[in-house]
Write a protein that binds this ligand. Structure first.
Ligand code: HEM
Length: 127
């Protein structure tokens, strides 16, 4: 970790001012220069956040795990500890929706009961 380059937010916002392509996401610093034209979300969205903390924008999109893996390629360092934002643990949204499974019996309890009742009534009155 000691060879990780540390940046202040001020440095990021003025970094290569003319040609800045540096972004902060989750306290890490990325240079997206080589990625601008490859970004599936487009060049424009990245350009709009250069020099800034784009954590919220990044999270709002709900980037895939592939995107999170890919971004490691563009990481050039991280913020100095004093300027890091406490990472909120986002509630983990599971890709598997948990459906309360009540089972076959629960779903058919009433129809089965009505069926038996009807059979009994029919037997009683018509036989
Ligand atoms: C190094 C940083 C980033 C990487 C590696 C990256 C990568 C990707 C990838 C791979 C996708 C395709 C969809 C997916 O796999 O999730 C994507 C879509 C997108 N990204 Fe990024 N992204 C980065 C930063 C950002 C930032 C900072 C923003 C917003 C300011 C942004 C906005 C978007 C948008 C709007 C889409 C399109 C979503 C859609 O069409 O549904 N991305 N990005």
């Amino acid at each position: 970790m000691s060879d990780t380059k540390r940046f202040t937010r001020a440095e990021v916002s003025s970094y290569n001012k003319k040609d800045n392509t540096v972004i902060i996401i989750h306290n890490h610093v990325y240079d997206v220069k080589a990625f601008l034209d490859e970004h599936p979300g487009g060049h424009e969205v990245l350009v709009n956040v250069v020099g800034k903390d784009a954590t919220e924008d990044f999270d709002d999109i709900g980037h895939s795990l592939d995107a999170k893996e890919l971004m490691k390629k563009y990481r050039i360092g991280e913020l100095v500890d004093e300027e890091k934002t406490a990472e909120k643990k986002r509630p983990q949204i599971s890709s598997v929706t948990v459906v309360k499974e009540e089972g076959f019996l629960a779903a058919w309890k009433l129809p089965i009961f009505l069926g038996i009742l009807a059979t009994v009534v029919w037997q009683y009155f018509f036989n």
